[in-house]
Design a protein around this ligand. Structure first.
Ligand code: NAD
Ligand code: IMJ
Length: 256
């Protein structure tokens, strides 16, 4: 039991296909006690139903990351329910749909701002909220990112810039929070067929391309992302902070 006695917060569960849910299952398997957030009433029931399948009863709290007051009440409620926090998992990204097609040069100021706010600034705001609960016993913050931060991926567009900002944020947070024994790392996952991916035109072709080019000649399993998050959450990774680990069957190392 790698996470026996540890308390974690998982943000970004929408349904059973969510990467956040695969990570929650891996953490729970190793004994972590988990709390969940949902974005808006529309997703409340779905998160309650999934969390209900875990052995322990989980606090389930609303959190739209664009709302300062929801982040504040989240950590107030978590402080009362948990006392200390050891793990925070950020699986949140959003850009307006029209920005994820066509040319990046056509990105609107508002689309850029929303992508950065939801997908990158939110990590800073959540880390600040978690800090008083995490500094008690040390902790691990984990955020999900994508190759589009480093290389041009057609249609990823403004989300690529948001993920570049998120990855830089991981390093600056690691620097600030390291003295408090709070580690901050990222997982750069290969493409997975989730809600956030399914709407994208040509996604099935992208999965096939990824599978053919990746050294392991297959796509990543969602449980492999869960296991990597478990590693980063546990003391097995105690010397690692400010790092982004690729869990992509090796795709990102290939030049041609
Ligand atoms: P998903 O749709 O299941 O999860 C995205 C989550 O973001 C949803 O739960 C949604 O409610 C949440 N969200 C969006 N706006 C929010 C807001 N304002 N406040 C709070 N929550 C908000 O899809 P997913 O693929 O599991 O995405 C999780 C993370 O993984 C994202 O950061 C995504 O960029 C990243 N990622 C996904 C892939 C992929 O191929 N699916 C690959 C690499 C990285
Ligand atoms: C998303 C767009 C374009 C190409 C893409 C993706 N590829 C992958 C994704 C190749 C793997 C999925 N991904 C890594 C994401 O981070 C998705 C974020 C996202 C998805 C949507 C769809 C619905 C919507 N807004 C979104 N905002 C962010 O309206």
């Amino acid at each position: 039991m790698l996470l026996e006695g540890k308390k974690g917060l998982v943000l970004g569960v929408a349904n059973k296909r969510s990467i956040a849910w695969a990570i929650a299952q891996a953490l729970a398997r190793e004994g972590a006690e988990l709390a969940f957030t949902y974005q808006g009433d529309r997703l409340k029931e779905s998160v309650e139903e999934l969390a209900g399948t875990l052995a322990q009863k989980s606090p389930i709290l609303p959190c739209d990351v664009t709302k300062d007051e929801e982040i504040k009440s989240l950590f107030n409620a978590l402080g009362q329910a948990f006392g200390a926090l050891h793990v925070l998992v950020h699986c949140i990204a959003f850009a307006p749909k029209e920005e994820l097609e066509g040319r990046t040069v056509d990105t609107s100021r508002n689309g850029f701002s929303i992508a950065q706010d939801v997908s990158a600034y939110s990590l800073l705001a959540l880390a600040k909220g978690a800090e008083p609960l995490m500094e008690k016993e040390g902790g691990s913050i984990i955020a999900l990112t994508y190759l589009g931060a480093e290389k041009v991926v057609p249609n990823y567009n403004v989300m690529g810039m948001a993920k570049a900002s998120l990855e830089s944020g991981i390093r600056y947070l690691a620097y600030d929070l390291g003295p408090k024994n709070i580690r901050v790392n990222g997982i750069s996952a290969g493409p997975v067929n989730t809600l956030a991916a399914r709407g994208i035109s040509g996604f099935t072709d992208m999965l096939a391309h990824h599978r053919d080019k990746a050294p392991l000649k297959r796509n990543v399993e969602i449980s492999e992302i869960g296991d990597a998050a478990l590693f980063l959450a546990s003391s097995l990774s105690s010397g690692i902070t400010g790092e982004v680990i690729h869990v992509d069957c090796g795709y990102s190392i290939v030049g041609m």
